[in-house]
Design a protein around this ligand. Structure first.
Ligand SMILES: C[S@@+](CC[C@H](N)C(=O)[O-])C[C@H]1O[C@@H](n2cnc3c(N)ncnc32)[C@H](O)[C@@H]1O
Length: 229
């Protein structure tokens, strides 16, 4: 990336774009694809925290498998020197978000594929994965979808998710294969997995298959996604 960009202005445009795009969707549609964007300050906090976990001068290959308009990519640009960002890639299933996002980020090195992340061949080279995966409950997934995802998550990460696991569990499972050795992987997910039976497999994955560095559990009274209530 060589061209100068004004990241403050870009983030302002992204926020405006996000609310315009959200506004024309029904809440049922947004629920179906788990479309609730991460607020700017929260995205910045997460990327700043990740920066402290990565080697201080190393290059970053960033990946967000559910990128939306790119709130985490935007935070990456705010929190990391541009010279360190070797590559950035994301998937977005919905052209409604992806097309304007492409236009917004066209002067940067972000590559967005319009595709279902769960159907992709993995590319195990990313050392920074940050994701707010779609929160789609299992009731909204077909039996075929669940069986396919259970199989793929198992092959990718060894996690045996039950049929009650939401799509976000499979995003964690499938992402495992996209990580380079020593990658940092950060997930913004509902804390319910810590308390319910279907969460056992995710807890086991976090304890046995990766080095669990940090869990931040938000106060349930401090709502992070006011539009997802
Ligand atoms: C919770 S939003 C997060 C968006 C953005 N990363 C953020 O944090 O603001 C999840 C995004 O994943 C997209 N999505 C849902 N299912 C997907 C899939 N199977 N593959 C790729 N993207 C998907 C949704 O359209 C939505 O934009």
């Amino acid at each position: 990336m060589s061209k100068a960009i004004d990241i403050g202005r870009l983030e302002k445009s992204r926020i405006e774009l996000q609310s315009q795009l959200d506004e024309v969707k029904t809440s049922q549609d947004r629920n179906r694809l788990g479309q609730f964007a991460t607020p700017t300050a929260l995205a910045s906090d997460i990327l700043a925290y990740a920066r402290g976990l990565l080697p201080s001068r190393g290059q970053v290959r960033f990946f967000d498998p559910a990128i939306g308009t790119g709130s985490f990519y935007s935070a990456l640009l705010r929190e990391f020197p541009r010279g360190r960002i070797k590559e950035a890639k994301g998937f977005e299933i919905d052209p409604h978000y992806r097309k304007p996002a492409l236009e917004l980020w066209k002067k940067t090195n972000l590559h967005i594929d319009i595709a279902d992340f769960t159907e992709q061949q993995f590319e195990p080279r990313f050392n920074l994965l940050i994701c707010n995966p779609p929160y789609v409950r299992h009731h909204h997934m077909t039996t075929e979808q669940k069986t396919r995802l259970q199989q793929l998550s198992m092959e990718s990460s060894g996690a045996r998710f039950s049929g009650l696991a939401g799509l976000y569990c499979h995003f964690v499972g499938l992402s495992h294969q996209w990580l380079a050795p020593d990658a940092i992987s950060g997930w913004l997910i509902p804390s319910e997995f810590m308390d319910v039976n279907y969460g056992q497999a995710l807890k086991k994955y976090l304890l046995d298959k990766v080095t669990l560095l940090h869990i931040h559990r938000f106060d349930p009274n401090d709502v992070q996604f006011a539009d997802a209530l």
